[in-house]
Design a protein around this ligand. Structure first.
Ligand code: ZN
Length: 524
């Protein structure tokens, strides 16, 4: 990336302030590699000296990170009041991190200087001047984060601007204006940025999402002249989070025509967003702009018929540009067009009368508690049945039963027996498990694995149970969704029944059937 515009990621520092997000040093290294492959210019690794884990990160980064695009930035504060920068151990830790860039947080709101730092406005300016020039002399590039800048600007405009000037004169390359409390709106924020641009240093922007405007504020700042934008992967951060860097990158590149990252890198953005969410162990919102699983999913019938004619009619961009994909969701809300499109997505030609029949079957099943939006595999089996006039089947079930037992020592164990017919044989198998569904799964595999060895690759990755209200005086029913994987792909199946075991069995049977279909076996 050129030095013309800075994309600065702070996932590893500000993003990790998010409630429930805890990153090990190894997680941080993994995330840094992902961000680098996306092509961000700077990765803020943490606060060496203040946090032993961050000191360790910078130490390991020297040998374990081979960054192709990004430079590492170490974050820290200006020197303490009344001390020389050269004598401040906290400043020494920044120097010793050997990060090519140091980002110093500095107070720019007069009240914060007096109340939080408990020093004078003059001393705060001296702290900035002294720390910036010391680190510059040590050979590091220095950026300054002007904390609470917008609130400070409202309270004491002259002082806030003096902070920017002081940092620039001391040699800071960037002064990032921070909306630390995240309460700004785009129009007022842009006015302030506009006034600061031209004060000497490159102006940057650092937004939090407390008003729901972090991305909008970042874009407004860029329009007003900021050429350095900070944010976090997937919008991680304290409270409502930081500006979502992926959304910012998508918007700047695709809406503003800026050359932020390469096209090939942008096409990796969805994959990277999901990979980062694996590392943070925070589920990525399916509604996340550009990269969410639902970002290009169409459900309503009217939309679907238009999407069939021209996908661009209901999509703001071509999803492939960011590595995402259009999906059709099949539900009772969708009409024939969605079914035709979904069929096409799965590789089947469903049109005309057949599509109408599938729609009415879906509506009927949904009224009984089924759902197909998260059960692609069950939908595909239904589609095949409608097209072929018979269920795709590799085995028939004679019976199953399961016993759940609590032993005197408190251990709970379940045992299941299944009787199935496959390839002309009657097979009886038993299986044990820590619960009834687990036991049924084991027994069914025991029964079939000899005839279908590929079943060994099948894994149940997620299991969701929901109790649905009965209608018209009937009892409540149970819906089970199972996600399965064969190591290459994941698929969902659904079962509905009077109890959780019956519903699970149905979803399980379809999961096994679908995995055999995927493995290329001919149905019996
Ligand atoms: Zn922040």
């Amino acid at each position: 990336m050129s030095d013309g515009f800075h994309v600065y990621d702070t996932t590893l520092r500000d993003g990790s302030q998010q409630e429930g997000l805890n990153l090990s040093v190894q997680d941080k290294l993994v995330i840094a590699r992902h961000l680098d492959s996306l092509g961000v210019g700077f990765i803020e690794g943490g606060w060496p000296g203040a946090n032993p884990k961050d000191t360790e990160f910078f130490r390991l980064a020297r040998t374990e990170l081979d960054l192709k695009h990004a430079q590492l930035a170490a974050f820290g504060a200006t020197r303490r009041a009344g001390l020389k920068a050269a004598d401040d151990p906290q400043v020494a830790a920044l120097r010793d991190s050997r990060a090519p860039v140091v980002t110093l947080v500095a107070k720019s709101h007069d009240r914060h200087v007096e109340l939080a730092l408990r020093t004078t406005l003059e001393e705060n300016l001296a702290m900035i001047r002294d720390t910036v020039s010391h680190l510059r002399a040590e050979g590091q590039r220095v950026f300054v984060d002007a904390e609470h800048f917008f609130d400070g600007f409202k309270a004491n405009r002259a002082y806030a601007l003096e902070v920017v000037r002081t940092a620039a004169e001391a040699g800071a390359d960037v002064v990032a204006l921070c909306d630390t409390n995240g309460g700004m709106l785009p129009d007022e924020l842009a006015d302030v940025v506009h006034e600061v641009v031209g004060a000497g240093a490159r102006v940057g922007i650092h937004c939090h999402d407390d008003s729901g405007c972090a991305v909008a504020n970042s874009l407004a700042a860029v329009r007003a002249g900021a050429t350095h934008v900070q944010g976090c992967a997937n919008g991680y951060g304290e409270r409502s989070g930081n500006a979502n860097l992926f959304t910012v990158i998508g918007n700047l590149q695709l809406k503003r025509g800026m050359n932020i990252v390469g096209d090939a890198q942008l096409a990796e953005m969805t994959r990277i967003a999901h990979a980062v969410s694996e590392a943070t162990n925070v589920t990525l919102s399916s509604q996340a702009p550009y990269v969410g699983h639902s970002a290009f999913a169409h459900k309503a019938g009217l939309h679907a018929s238009a999407v069939k004619v021209d996908p661009n009619l209901y999509q703001h961009i071509d999803p492939l540009v960011v590595g995402n994909d259009m999906r059709m969701l099949v539900s009772s809300m969708s009409g024939r067009a969605s079914v035709e499109l979904k069929g096409k997505e799965l590789g089947y030609d469903v049109s005309g009368q057949k599509a109408a029949e599938v729609v009415s079957r879906v509506k009927d099943l949904e009224s009984k508690g089924y759902t197909f939006e998260a059960a692609d595999a069950s939908f595909e089996l239904l589609l095949r049945e409608e097209l072929a006039g018979a269920r795709t089947s590799y085995f028939t079930v004679e019976s199953w039963r399961v016993i759940a037992e609590q032993r005197p020592d408190g251990v709970q164990i379940s045992e299941a027996t299944v009787k199935v017919h496959a390839k002309g044989e009657r097979i009886i198998a038993t299986g044990e498990g820590n619960g009834p569904v687990n036991a049924l799964d084991t027994a069914l595999r025991f029964a079939l694995e000899r005839l279908y060895p590929e079943l060994a690759n099948l894994e149940l990755v997620d299991f969701k149970v929901r109790i649905l209200e009965g209608s018209h005086g009937t009892d409540a029913i149970t819906r089970v969704l199972i996600d399965s994987s064969d190591g290459k792909a994941e698929w969902g199946t659904v079962g509905v029944g009077e109890n959780v075991i019956a519903a699970s069995w149905q979803a399980l049977e379809e999961a096994v059937t679908y995995s055999l279909l995927r493995a290329g076996y001919d149905p019996s």
